[in-house]
Ligand binder design. Structure first.
Ligand code: ZN
Ligand code: ZN
Length: 361
């Protein structure tokens, strides 16, 4: 018995999204149907709608979600009906070369559901990041469900499913920020603010937030920035040096996806220190650096995919920190909206008015 539910679909490139009836199959082997409670609106959903990811329209959007397991496929043992889960888009395979080398967060063959959800006329839907959670129910691979403490608020912890995890992990996992470190975060949107929160959790004593927008810098302070630099009026690299006793930061995190911010982050590091790039660039962007500076400054340049997280290990831990009051995930939720409000939420996101709009179902 398939289910017919409402879902937010991008039918064609650049066109406003529409709320339509979709068909969710019963879970097959390795699959789970999740009743979605909350799902954040992320830039990646907008990239799908703009045709920036690929051309496999129609897309079922939404991927930063929490919900309740409704039904499980015949062989699923990792979750059971009524479990409260956060969804992830990196369900590791356990068998690829990265997994076998003990680095499953780099898994090259992550799992999604094998069956497709469809429109009522049978047209298959491509689920955003293999999730598709702007819907009352969605079909995912069992490994995409991580069971967490059910006392957590779905609209807050669902955000761990993408951008907030990417930011936290860029500091805590990829950047390996430690107690007493200085950290500079370039770009204070959702990912950048999460990087600031992660740096604070990891014990950084100096956390410098950099942005071109004064409103975002105010927000960055709320997440734990100790100092702010407005790049529209200040020399960013010089300012970071002044704030770090003339040295540069131990870890610079580029959370914009812009060549300019990347270059600033590269030079704002102290010698032999770390640059993490977590902002998603556009395909045509290039960086041009003197090789002698790359060599001469030493250290590490590390891209951070999904914060190098391992959902099964990291989501329950971060939810516990949230419930203990040590990680303020509620602060990322600017507003809660309905399934019919996603298009308008895209516009507010583009105008920089919200950290996260979260659809609550
Ligand atoms: Zn793997
Ligand atoms: Zn996302």
């Amino acid at each position: 018995m398939t289910s017919e539910v409402q879902g937010v679909v991008a039918m064609a490139k650049g066109e406003p999204v529409s709320l339509v009836t979709i068909v969710v199959p019963d879970p097959g082997p390795g699959e789970v149907v999740v009743r979605i409670q909350a799902c954040g609106v992320c830039h990646t959903d907008l990239h799908y709608r703009e045709g920036g990811i690929n051309d496999e329209f129609p897309f079922l959007l939404g991927h930063e979600a929490a919900g309740i397991v409704e039904t499980i496929g015949p062989d699923v043992t990792s979750v059971e009906p009524d479990d409260f889960v956060v969804l992830n888009w990196r369900a590791v395979c356990g068998e690829c070369r990265a997994c076998r080398r003990g680095r499953p967060w780099y898994c090259f063959a992550t799992h999604n559901a094998s069956q497709k959800m469809t429109l009522t006329d049978g047209t298959p839907l491509a689920a955003a990041l293999g999730i598709g959670a702007f819907a009352e129910k969605t079909l995912v691979a069992a490994g995409q469900c991580t069971k967490v403490d059910p006392r957590a608020r779905p609209e807050a912890v669902g955000l761990l499913g993408c951008g907030v995890m990417a930011g936290l992990g860029s500091a805590m996992l990829t950047g390996e920020v430690g107690a007493g470190d200085s950290v500079a975060v370039f770009g204070c949107g959702g990912v950048g603010c999460a990087a600031i929160a992660g740096a604070r959790l990891a014990g950084a004593t100096k956390i410098i937030a950099i942005d071109l927008d004064a409103r975002k810098l105010d927000r960055a302070r709320e997440f734990g920035a100790t100092d702010v630099v407005n790049g529209s009026s200040e020399d960013v690299v010089a300012a970071v040096r002044v704030l770090t006793d003339g040295n540069g930061a131990d870890v610079c995190i580029e959370a914009v996806g812009s060549p300019k911010a990347m270059e600033q982050a590269f030079y704002a590091r102290d010698l032999a220190c770390t640059l993490v790039q977590v902002g998603v660039p556009m395909p045509d962007m290039r960086i041009d650096l003197p090789m002698i500076d790359f060599f001469g400054r030493g250290g590490q340049l590390k891209p951070s995919w999904y914060g190098d997280c391992l959902p099964s290990r990291d989501f329950p831990m971060l939810v516990d920190l949230y419930l203990q009051g040590r990680l303020d995930l509620d602060r990322f939720v600017t507003e809660t909206i309905g399934l019919g409000d996603v298009e308008e939420a895209f516009h507010r996101m583009e105008r920089g008015e919200v950290l996260r709009s979260v659809v609550v179902i």
